[in-house]
Write a protein of this length. Sequence first.
Length: 364
Amino acid sequence: MSATRHNWTKEEILEIYNKPFMELLYEAATVHRLHHDPNVVQVSTLLSIKTGGCSEDCGYCPQAARYHTNIEGNDLMSLQQVKAQALRAKESGSSRVCMGAAWRNVKDGEEFDQVLEMVRSINKLDMEVCCTLGMLTENQAKRLAEAGLYAYNHNLDSSEEYYKEVISTRGYQDRLDTIDNVRKTNVTVCSGGIIGMGEKTEDRAGMLVALSTLNPQPESVPINALVAVEGTPLEDQEPVSIWDMVRMVATTRIVMPETQVRLSAGRTQMTREGQAMCFFAGANSIFAGDKLLTTPNPDVNEDMKMFELLGLNPQKPFTKKVQPQTIEANDSQYQALGEKPKWTRPDHTIERNELAKEKAKAIK
Ligand code: SF4
């Protein structure tokens, strides 16, 4: 079995990415078979527990308050609502619920306590629980771990160089520090990025260098194709071609053989044949449900029909790692510290983000 390497260079990754297509596909499929069951795909349900009104300026995101998009904002969901949605997700074949809140970073207080209760209640449903809540301190990561969190998502989005062209309100290092804080617990790391934001192939390779040289590598790497939403700075980006998507999935599979490669946003733009090529190239997870936070996603029944057609089976929960124990709030070793961490605010501006902000002001 090929050993996992943590010293990939950008040149090596570019060489893989640019291989003749059939050769790349064959190599990726071979690595995939050595490390995973090729007929098993993990299914996650993404739940937006707090939507919109975010203070950040991520150029791809309709939830940023400064842009004018058509999404409906919502305050933090109730525990009952989340539990009901998790049960529905379980019945439709999901093994994992990923809860997303449009926050810059986690703040100690009532809302975070409520999220901890959500984690406890979903773990008790014997489902893997993932959260994506923004930047996180070590103590907050430990509190989530005690509640029974299985995974924490924090995407690097792109290469460090291109990240600066998309987001100006926080730094790349803060993202790496958050991943590092998660690594101080037994919670697994989910971190990937988006292609189709106008980046060069070198940036795609640069992102894979940043992810693959982490030791350990993330247990899960989502590969998103940009869904260009009207009103966001990236609204005019051309859709990513399926060939680029397959190349990106295949390269990710080769440089991170053990990781779960997630086919994430952008699946509605792909045919079944295109998705089948991605599975062949090593993708072994999808997000189910008709929405991915705020952007469209294929219907669950459509996905199940595709699984049947391709002979794929949904992965059972806790196949890769044992279920974490839930410690109740009263017995917790870690309490809120009321920290006020100084996450970076870089001082550069991004012209297209500023333009989208001005346009939104004129409409509002
Ligand atoms: S991607 Fe997350 S942090 Fe960035 S604007 Fe959207 S919700 Fe906020």
